[in-house]
Write a protein that binds this ligand. Structure first.
Ligand SMILES: [Zn+2]
Length: 343
């Protein structure tokens, strides 16, 4: 499986600090770890989403909603939930743990633990945990309520053990690099160090280069630390070849009142820049009634309260029958939280 997508969950946040010891709050460490992990994953070209990027309160149900909304309810979605452990005793033990879901095998969890060890952290074990009240289900909601995705909880060490805490604070980048190595190895994703180097030729634009390598302008800019779209003839660019999912459809979208380029780009899983380039339209505004070409890949839509098949079909310029066919629905009944393939 090399078409994986990654969702990074920074544990806790906002009014939920998680474990607190030695003057440190778990939520702050998990955010730092997750932000660095997000940047590093983007460099590999793997589509990656960060569930929270600020000190924000996110309820379990909202967390699950964001996880499933990112890339849909698919087994190729890898969910990495970052945590710091603690015990009720004054000084905790040392070492990392990885917890995986009842529906998954242990390979990813074991590889992550091994790489954390290679990166210099002490390691304890990997395990699954069953619910006390219903042992057929997972104990943790991040495993239990996340459909068929592949979630792991990583406990990097114990916040109430000063040695563990110091190692995490000093070496969390190495630990994250180890986690990424483990993910790449588990799913046999091409190592980003094998990426190809392209020398810019006269007439090239970032857009044309992205097109020919089936990647995106944003992915190239990120990989090369470009702050603008300007490139120079002779300049060497790293190309995240073959790892970025390319939109497979272009649809004609008629602009409606209230639409913005940003809203449309989010709805169809693309970027403002890519819509602008495709339409040769470099204004920030759009006009009601204007027809825009919008690049999009398959969309996984999570049903919200009040949605009907008809209202969803309207939004995506498709038909009720098309959605029913694609999802093999025998009736018009849909349920909040259900994930529907669109287009
Ligand atoms: Zn936690």
């Amino acid at each position: 499986m090399n078409d994986i997508k990654v969702v990074i969950d920074a544990g806790h946040g906002g009014t939920d600090p998680g474990a607190v010891a030695n003057g440190v709050q778990e939520k702050d460490l998990t955010l730092k770890i997750s932000q660095y992990m997000y940047e590093r994953f983007l460099e590999t070209g793997i589509p990656t989403t960060l569930i929270r990027s600020t000190d924000e309160t996110v309820s379990p149900s909202e967390r699950v909603r964001r996880i499933l909304a990112a890339y849909g309810n698919n087994p190729n979605v890898i969910v990495i939930s970052n945590h710091i452990n603690s015990t009720s005793s004054e000084i905790g033990p040392e070492g990392a743990e990885v917890i995986y879901a009842l529906r998954n095998n242990s390979t990813l969890a074991q590889n992550i633990l091994d790489e954390l060890g290679n990166a210099g952290q002490k390691t304890r074990n990997i395990y699954q945990r069953r619910s006390d009240t219903d042992p057929s289900k997972d104990y943790y909601f991040i495993h239990r309520n996340t459909g068929v995705t592949q979630p792991v909880i990583i406990e990097y060490g114990f916040i109430n053990n000063p040695n563990d805490l110091r190692r995490i604070q000093e070496n969390y980048r190495d630990f994250v690099d180890g986690v990424i190595k483990a993910v790449l190895r588990t799913f046999e994703v091409e190592n980003p160090s094998d990426k190809i180097v392209y020398t810019v030729k006269p007439g090239d634009t970032l857009w044309s280069i992205a097109q020919s390598y089936q990647t995106t302008v944003d992915a190239i800019k990120l990989l090369n630390n470009l702050t603008s779209d300007m490139i120079l003839v002779g300049q060497e660019l790293n190309i995240p070849e073959g790892l970025v999912q390319r939109p497979t459809h272009v649809i004609s979208y008629v602009v409606r009142p209230g639409d913005t380029l940003w809203n449309i780009s989010q709805r169809f899983g693309t970027t403002v820049r890519d819509i602008q380039e495709l339409n040769n339209w470099f204004q920030d505004f759009i006009i009601v009634g204007q027809i825009l070409l919008v690049p999009t890949s398959e969309i996984n839509y999570v049903v919200m309260p009040g949605d009907t098949l008809w209202s969803i079909a309207q939004v995506y310029h498709t038909t009720v029958d098309a959605i029913k066919n694609l999802n093999q629905l025998s009736s018009d009944l849909i349920m909040v939280g259900q994930v529907l393939k669109i287009i």
